[in-house]
Write a protein that binds this ligand. Structure first.
Ligand SMILES: Nc1ncnc2c1ncn2[C@@H]1O[C@H](COP(=O)(O)OP(=O)(O)OP(=O)(O)O)[C@@H](O)[C@H]1O
Ligand SMILES: [Mg+2]
Length: 644
């Protein structure tokens, strides 16, 4: 079958399912459906909440390494609907969902605006877009046929019968017919509401069904018709003045009825313009254009803006009425660089560019972004703080440094609301790529590109200097240390196995030392004394000297024993200090040879062979290509061993 034939078949199938799905009937039919499924008349907040929850929600698993380290064991919910799109945003998402949950239960939140507040490029628009998409993909809603605001069919039921209805169905009816439907009911159906058609509709962003958007408006062109619709001038001649047929109910609140109304950069608008928000939330009514009565509104109001606009707005006394109706959720930048990397990966994967990204490139960029966002601490330098926020253990004199992430967080307020944005980094990636002759980006080229962008675009000179020092000093050194490990891995044959074997040996000997027993050789079963020289050679890698060794060995033995008892798997990476010692030991073991081989201009045959093997491993096992391997080796030989 050709592509066209296949596609035509899809069109046909699509058409048929659409036809089948669409309900068409009158109130009686709708009531029948309602009896079996009362959820079909849920209000907007509940509809949205149920749709998102329908994708599934779990608690962050205890086995997730981020849970223990970053959330101090607090309950963290993971919503499947967001989890592959948004990274490091768990706290904000949880607050958004808490809002929707309370609103779905008709708590006070159902009469409030949800405001997402965060710095540029923190994902506010993306989040709102994704939430709107949930409605598009959700179940279709039942509406009065031909109603311009897609209203709930139950509005047909007259006030005098509602008490009976509520008793029988255990459903409370909110709201009354809109002027347009009321007029039709009287003129077309002679007041016989049981004859009014009921149909179904889906929500659509582009079709402006169930999803209304209010862009920030220039004060001169601000016009409430954008919010509540207008009177159609061309029809004013045809009908009497107060005839609802002159109404064009196409404002954002009309369109977003039953769904969502979004206010983009909300506080860029004049306050008068926003007063509709007050009635819409508090009274669940919006004014009708012309002389008609207020129109019932049921929808989620989502707004977003950045901090500067918010502060300005908040400081004005006259805005209190609106402020009182806002639930604010901060959407800060993520401060975990590994999560930041996932954001870049998502954005990079989405672009059509096809290029090579050398290992650690996005990591270096993400480290920079996070460093720029952190507030200074008295307890840790920026790099250390960045690593702790990433859930890493910091080793100092052979011990895991005891800084509680909670203490660091409590030391400052509103962290993550300033600094370098995701967008800034993406632009630097594009710029680095544009400058590349080899169609690749590397940690080296991304750092250069970031430096250039900072110089060009960061206007505050304090910020600029700090950012440059992160790039030129902090991350220069940090990358070199990453690079040295990388090259070591490529030099040491079977790196993982060697590390594992050092680990096992160390454990055997340390345990025997602690328990005052002998070591049994794993192969020959021969018994021997613990090898003091070997133990020391590992420990000195992380600065453990003298009597400190006793504690270290005892700590390690009990740590591993506890893990084994819990039936957890242990390997050479299990205990951070030992892992670091092993890595350093391996680095040291090949330092001379790697220096000589990478540096020398004219290698002898043996050196050349070693060099080629190393390059090959970088490519085969560690994700480089020929060009990027060459570039980082050159960088290493110019920077890593400069002083020797
Ligand atoms: N935590 C995150 N997880 C996933 N993607 C993110 C995250 N933060 C930002 N992004 C991505 O970064 C890009 C920029 O975000 P977006 O435009 O939503 O920012 P914004 O907060 O609306 O900024 P502005 O205030 O400038 O409008 C989007 O493509 C978004 O998907
Ligand atoms: Mg935005």
């Amino acid at each position: 079958m050709s592509a066209t034939t296949k596609f035509l078949k899809s069109i046909q199938e699509h058409r048929e399912t659409k036809k089948q799905e669409k309900f068409s009937g009158v109130l009686e039919d709708y009531l029948g459906l309602l009896e079996t499924n009362p959820l079909i008349c849920s209000l907007a907040h509940k509809r949205l909440y149920d749709t998102i929850m329908g994708y599934g929600v779990t608690q962050m698993a205890e086995s997730d390494s981020r849970w223990d380290k970053l959330f101090n064991g607090e309950t963290v919910k993971i919503y499947d609907y967001f989890k592959d799109e948004f990274f490091g945003m768990e706290r904000s998402l949880q607050k958004v969902m808490r809002f929707l949950h309370s609103a779905a239960m008709k708590g006070e939140e159902s009469r409030q605006v949800l405001l997402l507040l965060g710095p540029v490029g923190a994902g506010k628009s993306a989040l709102v877009e994704h939430i709107k998409k949930a409605l598009e993909q959700g179940e279709s809603v039942y509406v009065l046929g031909g109603c311009p605001i897609n209203e709930e069919p139950l509005h047909l039921i007259p006030r005098s019968l509602r008490e009976d209805f509520e008793e029988l169905y255990n459903i409370k009816i909110e709201g009354d017919l809109c002027p347009v439907c009321r007029h039709r009911l009287m003129t077309e159906f002679d007041g016989e509401y049981t004859k009014f058609p009921v149909t179904q509709t889906t929500m659509s962003i582009r079709g402006r069904r169930g999803i209304g958007v209010v862009p920030p408006m220039d004060p001169n062109t601000q016009d409430t018709s954008l919010l509540i619709g207008s009177e159609d001038i061309s029809k004013l001649d045809l009908y009497p003045e107060d005839d609802p047929r002159v109404l064009s109910l196409n404002g954002a609140f009309n369109v977003g009825n039953r769904g969502i109304v979004e206010f983009v950069e909300v506080f860029k608008n004049e306050i008068e313009f926003l007063h509709t928000m007050i009635t819409a939330t508090q009274e669940k009514n919006v004014p009708s254009p012309g002389k008609q009565a207020m129109i019932y509104f049921d929808g989620v109001i989502l707004a977003h803006c950045n901090e500067a606009e918010w502060n300005k707005f908040k400081s004005e006394h006259t805005n209190e009425a609106i402020l009182d109706r806002i639930v604010r959720v901060n959407v800060p930048y993520t401060l975990e660089y590994e999560q930041e990397v996932r954001i870049y990966k998502k954005l990079v994967d989405r672009s059509d560019f096809n290029y090579h990204i050398a290992p650690h490139t996005l990591e270096v960029a993400a480290m920079f972004a996070v460093l720029s966002r952190l507030k200074a601490s008295n307890k840790a330098d920026p790099l250390t703080k960045m690593k702790i926020y990433n859930g890493e253990q910091i080793i100092e004199k052979g011990l895991v440094r005891k800084i509680d992430i909670k203490d660091l967080r409590e030391e400052v307020e509103d962290e993550g609301m300033t600094g370098i944005s995701t967008r800034f980094v993406m632009k630097s990636i594009d710029a680095a790529l544009a400058d590349s002759e080899k169609n690749m980006i590397t940690p080296i080229s991304i750092r250069d590109s970031l430096i250039k962008q900072v110089k060009e675009q960061v206007t505050n000179s304090d910020d600029r200097n700090i950012f440059l020092s992160f790039l030129q000093k902090t991350l220069h050194d940090e990358y070199l240390s990453i690079l040295e490990k990388e090259i070591t891995k490529a030099f040491v044959s079977a790196y993982e196995e060697q590390a594992e074997s050092l680990f096992n040996n160390y454990l055997d000997h340390a345990e025997a030392y602690v328990n005052n027993t002998k070591v049994k050789d794993r192969v020959t079963s021969e018994e021997m004394e613990p090898d003091e020289k070997f133990l020391t050679s590992i420990e000195e890698q992380i600065g453990i000297k003298g009597s400190a060794k006793n504690n270290f060995r005892a700590d390690i033995s009990s740590y591993m024993f506890a893990k084994l008892r819990r039936k957890e798997i242990i390997d050479w990476k299990s205990y951070a200090p030992l892992r670091e010692a092993i890595e350093n030991k391996l680095v040291a073991s090949v330092r001379d040879i790697s220096r000589i081989v990478t540096k020398s201009k004219s290698r002898d045959t043996k050196q050349q062979r070693k060099y080629s093997i190393m390059v090959e491993r970088l490519i085969e096992d560690y994700g480089y290509n020929e060009d990027s391997a060459e570039e980082i080796i050159k960088f290493a030989s110019n920077n890593l061993w400069r002083d020797s």
